[in-house]
Design a protein. Structure first.
Length: 150
């Protein structure tokens, strides 16, 4: 994917919506594009994300789907399908808790923008406004979940 197209995709993701273009470019430059063949587990439910895993290449990673699709499974049951612009891994990236779902590359494979924890932490140090943008998204999710239970 071309650099400008990746920047535009990241800017369209709700986690990063409203950030200055230079901040989005910093996010883009801090991650990498990763590809997964059909059926490959990208993250696995229950996987720990602390200790040495936090520093491994496949450890704690936020993924934004660039191309292809992914299936989300919780306790072996398919609960969602994801396509370009969707993301996963943000919760474990933030709270350090084990993965809450399996995410498996869909038919035709999957290409993601992958941002490792150590890069994310460095970004937050230089651009704390990223955290505020993410907090807004998390609050909106919580409000929707609470409203659905009422």
């Amino acid at each position: 994917m071309a650099t400008d197209a990746l920047t535009d995709l990241l800017a369209s993701v709700d986690l990063f919506h409203g950030l200055e273009p230079k901040v989005v470019r910093s996010i883009r430059d801090s991650g990498e594009v990763a590809s997964y063949p059909t059926g490959t587990p990208v993250v696995q439910e229950g996987d720990p994300v602390s200790g040495f895993r936090a520093f491994s290449h496949r450890g704690v990673t936020l993924h934004v789907i660039v191309d292809g699709s992914a299936e989300v499974h919780v306790h072996g049951r398919t609960v969602n399908s994801l396509g370009p612009g969707a993301y996963f891994g943000e919760l474990s990236l933030i709270d350090g808790q084990p993965r809450s779902a399996d995410v498996i590359a869909g038919e035709g494979g999957l290409t993601t923008f992958a941002l490792q924890k150590w890069s994310f932490d460095d970004l937050l140090g230089h651009h704390p406004e990223i955290a505020l943008s993410m907090l807004r998204v998390m609050c909106a999710r919580l409000r929707r979940a609470e409203a659905a239970q009422a």
